[in-house]
Design a protein around this ligand. Structure first.
Ligand code: 13P
Length: 307
């Protein structure tokens, strides 16, 4: 069998993964760990043998994020690492657009995705042909494209952004083109949230992330009633009413930094479920309230298919 189930939880494996276990043990059961640890040890051995690195997004489950990720972070951070790394092989523990982004930035490297069906509702909301139509409709305006898109869409784009730098990129594009309006696609909510923070006019598309669009301002109100002390942090792919009700809005890395640097007593992360598990492993003094919206695409990546 080549799915990794042939590896046993030996005393050597236990020793090799002991430090890691101490980090994740509040969020992974001992039964799960006995299955995961042999694979983690074997994947880490294979990485050295094959000069490979694993880029793990903040939405990966803790055994991947903490167990085998060499570089972890938000989509901006992972793209930068992909460009910087001198490994021959990059394994993208994330979704398809992230692997494409790594390949665009490192064309000479082999970039692998453990499951090519790990997609994204937002990325599939728009095609290159759609972007050509938008450009015909608004000639002369720069097209800023969110990183959660296919390479086909990026090819029609003037400049890319992530949730971490969207406002700066929009303002820079407007300056460079000498215009007061910018096309920002495909996330409708990210576009509205950027529009709240700049005087540049934003022309948006109607794409949405199926994880973030489900949160509502009522969810936040209910959480505040139940947990009046909690800090509420939300991802900019959430509806504007959610961000207005939150204490802080930022990319997955910005949310993680907020918790690790400010150490709130209690926190709610309005984003994908695994994010809280990963940050909680590094923030034992913070209590996490966990509203959970699962991304079915990101959850397609497992230790087995990484192996
Ligand atoms: P970040 O850039 O904040 O990591 O977000 C990427 C993503 O896929 C959000 O759904």
């Amino acid at each position: 069998m080549a799915d990794g189930t042939q590896f046993a939880f030996t005393p050597e494996v236990e020793r090799a993964t002991h430090t890691l276990w101490n980090k994740v043990k509040k969020h992974v059961t001992p039964m799960e760990w006995r299955l995961q640890a042999p694979l983690i040890a074997e994947i880490n051995r294979l990485k050295r043998e094959k000069n490979a690195v694993i880029l793990a997004h903040n939405y990966m489950t803790p055994e991947i994020f903490h167990g085998v990720g060499d570089y972890v972070g938000d989509s901006l951070g992972l793209a930068k690492e992909a460009a910087r790394s001198d490994a021959q092989v990059i394994v993208q523990a994330g979704v398809h657009f992230m692997a494409e982004t790594s390949k665009i930035l490192s064309p000479e490297k082999k970039v692998l995705i453990p499951d090519p069906l790990a997609g994204c509702s937002l990325a599939s909301s728009i095609t290159g042909a759609d972007v050509r139509l938008i450009k015909q409709r608004y000639p002369g305006l720069p097209v800023v494209t969110y990183v959660n898109t296919t390479a086909d869409v990026k090819a029609e784009t003037d400049i890319c952004c992530t949730s971490a730098n969207a406002v700066q990129v929009v303002e820079q594009a407007a300056r460079e083109w000498g215009v007061d309006r910018v096309i920002l696609i495909p996330d409708e909510f990210l576009a509205r949230n950027v529009a709240r923070q700049t005087n540049i006019g934003i022309i948006a598309w109607k794409g949405r992330c199926e994880v973030h669009e489900r949160f509502t301002a009522d969810d936040i109100r209910e959480m505040r009633e139940a947990y009046p002390e909690a800090q509420v942090l939300a991802h900019p792919e959430c509806p504007a009413e959610v961000l207005e009700a939150a204490d802080f809005a930022g990319s997955t890395a910005a949310m993680s930094d907020f918790v690790l640097s400010r150490k709130p007593k209690q926190v709610v992360l309005i984003t994908e479920c695994s994010m809280a598990d990963n940050v909680a492993c590094d923030a034992p003094e913070t209590e996490f309230v966990r509203p959970c919206n699962l991304c079915p695409y990101k959850k397609k990546i497992t230790l087995q298919n990484i192996y």
